[in-house]
Ligand binder design. Structure first.
Ligand SMILES: [Ca+2]
Ligand SMILES: [Ca+2]
Ligand SMILES: [Ca+2]
Length: 142
């Protein structure tokens, strides 16, 4: 258990560094061109029609247990300073090997929705996870 925790921490740290150092894999303007990476958007319809200032998006390729640790990126690929927790409104995802869950609460708990590729969900309203509620994300094989 101790080893698992250490490895998990190391993975999160490495990924955080990677996000800062490497070009983003997704893009603003509602794009999500890479397989196995979940693209999340602050607004419905992948921010369409919101202009550049509110074009807030982020992408993840690993499990994220606490959305409070992350901010949206803006149209310049910069940290917007605006947190992603309880703000996800639309989702894109393509993968032949993975599916993922969004959870209501941090730590993979509460209401959850399973997303099976290909996903292009412009409005999370009416799903189990719902609009502006997601707080963690976990991949599964599928
Ligand atoms: Ca916001
Ligand atoms: Ca939102
Ligand atoms: Ca939540």
């Amino acid at each position: 258990m101790r080893i698992r925790s250490v490895l998990a921490s190391a993975a999160v740290t490495a990924t955080s560094l990677l996000v800062i150092a490497a070009p983003a894999q997704a893009q603003p303007d509602g794009k999500c061109e890479y397989s196995n990476i979940v693209c999340l958007y602050e607004n419905k319809s992948f921010n369409a029609g919101d202009g550049t200032s509110n074009d807030h998006w982020i992408d993840f390729s690993i499990n994220i247990s606490d959305f409070r640790d992350y901010n949206w990126r803006n149209y310049k690929y910069e940290d917007s300073g605006d947190g992603i927790d309880n703000e996800v409104s639309s989702v894109k995802f393509t993968s032949s090997i993975r599916c993922f869950y969004l959870y209501q609460n941090v730590g993979y708990s509460g209401a959850a929705s399973l997303f099976i590729s290909p996903i292009s969900k412009g409005d999370l309203s009416g799903t189990a996870i719902g609009d502006n509620r997601a707080s963690s994300l976990k991949f599964i094989s599928c």
